[in-house]
Design a protein around this ligand. Sequence first.
Ligand code: ADP
Ligand code: MG
Length: 223
Amino acid sequence: LEQDVSRLDRLNIVGQMAANLAHEVRNPLTTVRGYLQLFGNKHEFQHYKEQFTLLLDELDRTNQIITEYLALSKNKSIDMKKCSLNEIILSIHPLIQADAISSNIDTRLELGDITVLYLDAKEIKQLVLNLTRNAIEAMSAGGQLHLRTDSNDAEIILTVSDQGPGIPQHILDNLGKPFLTTKATGTGLGMAICYRIAHRHNAKLDIDTGPAGTTIHIKFQRK
Ligand code: ADP
Ligand code: MG
């Protein structure tokens, strides 16, 4: 538990810095993006269509990184409402599928007959997207992404499975620490955010990983 607390403290410092930075950096980025888009659509720049697309993608990635850091901000309030976990998943399913299809990955969605829960829908979306993004990135050679909801007497369970190579042991031992990544362009923040969101929902994150793939269960307490 002590280790958990110091991990959260470290995250909070990172998050607070991000909140200050994001405030200063996001507005100019929005201006730059707006003009890029405007110029990119002009007839005289048709020759540079690809470059404009690349520039916009890079800006979006920058924005995504800021969003990830912001998710770690301590003062971020949580907005718990009675929600359907299934509906949340359905609302982002097209996004996940678009991501998966472009990486040659099948998605299987299996929604159980589960009751509503007190959730922060925005955070749960981010949690699911972080997990599915990792799953898709792990299956560079294709495979199946499986998303499932289920319940037992005590818990409502969200499961994300992939058929990737598994999480390396040295990463698994430290998973949840910020900036831990094996990817050339990874931020190493996705799992730190997942742990934080799970913690805020009083949910438990269980990982089962091996050479045949990775399965992550998020277990919400039924109250
Ligand atoms: P990032 O995706 O930016 O690297 P994350 O915090 O999301 O950061 O993940 C940390 C690391 O954990 C990844 O770089 C990867 O090595 C490992 N990892 C996470 N999810 C999976 C997965 N489903 N399969 C294999 N490795 C994974
Ligand atoms: Mg990730």
